[in-house]
Design a protein around this ligand. Structure first.
Ligand SMILES: Nc1nc2c(ncn2[C@@H]2O[C@H](COP(=O)(O)OP(=O)(O)OP(=O)(O)O)[C@@H](O)[C@H]2O)c(=O)[nH]1
Ligand SMILES: [Mg+2]
Length: 447
């Protein structure tokens, strides 16, 4: 669906990172380009896009991931943070005397949202009046009157009056002494000159402190230009994103905010008048990027793993015992999992090392390790540090390999052991591993 374009292409870019074996400069540049394209296609302001992607690239290439976070998770996190920056801080409508003008395209939820805001401000102790300044839709006045009745807020309007400006002016007199006056207006296409000059005049007559663009979460590509046209006409102070209870992710809001600099104040999450929530940028971006999808991707990959084996290795790692055989099991396990690349973060530290340096480790290499290990004694398998050069010679002869192959195995073991040790010293990593294996038993023992 075109409307969902922005969210979808951002999600694809994120998936590219999530699926990569490791993050390098080439991948970062590619993903930055993808994100740039996605934002530009969604009509997000060019300057802002270039600024955002420049930051993104610079951070992704220079910042080191914190302990316990893989470089892929780290880059995804940076993308996320930079997007949150674009959305900016939410701006609540304060409970203080003011006039509020609702503007927007047809059917976006202006009238309903006017009612929701009225209800909210009324509950917060304000004396609120609603104004039906939509003179174009026949039933507009009735609709608002019904809403007013439900929430105990008076509604002013005149179904016979043809001038929105006159209604607005009369309403100001009618509601003299009220704290908050909210003006509902006609839905209009921002590029219709007649209607735009009408809303300009209404805005002038009302002189509202808050001029809110009501935007349906489904609005995609056109959100930017539409928001800009409204902004040029009345000077928007905020955006309310409606119908966030549906499947739409609200990508258009990013363009609207970027284009106008007007922050998102609230989101509408249903047809009822209490269905208004504060805007939460973190939650919004997570949803836009489908962070849930990414998490489930990694979780799915881990299901492929032989559960029992995984638990056993985890238990060994936790207890600090890590033998050659454990290492072998672990490599075999990783090898058997196929989409290894997705799993690099499964065993933080360890997994990354194996992924980067040894995952080209072919079946052949693993097989060679197995043969070498077959020539070792139980004692040597349990404690490979016993293996000095005379034992290396013996094992190489016994297994029909070269001493350097034996040393390679021992080196691999040392590396893994160090990673495990580092891992043990890092509480955050340990917790992450425990969570991965969801093994309460291990965590109890380890504590
Ligand atoms: N699910 C859901 N529906 C909403 C939300 N906000 C508004 N609606 C519905 O969207 C439809 C249009 O809402 P209105 O408030 O009449 O929209 P409008 O912008 O005033 O429409 P016009 O005056 O015709 O331009 C109605 O059926 C509302 O119930 C929301 O947050 N969630
Ligand atoms: Mg309406």
């Amino acid at each position: 669906m075109v409307l969902e374009g922005l969210g979808q292409s951002l999600r694809n870019a994120i998936k590219k990172i999530a699926n990569a074996s490791h993050v390098d400069q080439k991948l970062v540049k590619e993903v930055v380009k993808d994100i740039q394209r996605a934002l530009l296609q969604a009509d997000v302001n060019v300057k802002l896009v270039l600024e955002m992607t420049k930051n993104l690239e610079q951070r992704a290439l220079t910042e080191k991931p914190p302990a316990g976070m893989s470089s892929r998770e780290h880059v995804i996190r940076i993308v996320y943070e930079e997007l949150v920056k674009i959305v900016g801080k939410p701006k609540e409508i304060p409970a203080k005397p003011q006039r509020i003008l609702m503007v927007g395209l047809y059917g976006q939820g202006k009238t309903t949202t006017a009612g929701k805001l009225a209800r909210d401000l009324h509950k917060r102790g304000m004396k609120v009046g609603l104004v039906a300044a939509d003179v174009h839709r026949p039933a507009a006045y009735d609709q608002l009157s019904q809403i007013g009745k439900k929430i105990n807020v008076p509604v002013f309007g005149d179904p016979k009056e043809k001038s929105a400006v006159r209604i607005a002016k009369k309403a100001l007199q009618e509601f003299d002494g009220f704290d908050v006056i909210i003006f509902d207006t006609s839905g209009r296409h921002a590029l219709e000159p007649d209607l735009i000059s009408e809303i300009k005049e209404v805005a002038k007559a009302v002189d509202a402190e808050n001029k809110l663009l009501v935007l349906d979460a489904q609005t995609g590509q056109q959100a930017g230009p539409q928001a800009k046209a409204f902004h040029d006409a009345v000077g928007l102070t905020g955006v309310i994103l409606t119908k966030m209870d549906g499947t739409a992710k609200g990508g258009g809001a990013l363009s609207a905010v970027a284009e106008t600099g007007a922050p998102i104040s609230y989101i509408g999450v249903g047809e009822h008048l209490e269905d208004l929530e504060r805007f939460d940028p973190d939650r919004f971006i997570s949803r836009l990027l489908g962070m849930g999808d990414i998490k489930s991707l990694i979780e799915k990959a881990s299901e492929v793993m032989d559960e029992e084996k995984a638990e056993e290795v985890a238990r060994k790692v936790m207890s600090g015992k890590f033998t050659l055989k454990d290492m072998y099991d672990q490599m075999e396990m990783l090898q058997g999992m196929g989409p290894l690349k997705k799993l690099a973060s499964l065993l933080p530290g360890l997994g990354d090392k194996l992924a980067d340096q040894d995952m080209e480790a072919t079946q052949e290499r693993l097989e060679r390790f197995r043969v070498i290990m077959d020539s070792m004694t139980e004692e040597e398998l349990e404690n490979p540090r016993l293996i000095k050069s005379s034992r290396v010679m013996r094992i190489a002869r016994g297994s029909g390999t070269q001493p350097r192959n034996v040393r390679e195995l021992l080196k691999q073991y040392e590396m893994s052991r160090k990673a495990v040790k580092g891992f043990m010293g890092n509480r955050k990593m340990r917790r992450q591993l425990m969570k991965q294996f969801k093994d309460a038993d291990i965590s109890a023992k380890d504590a």
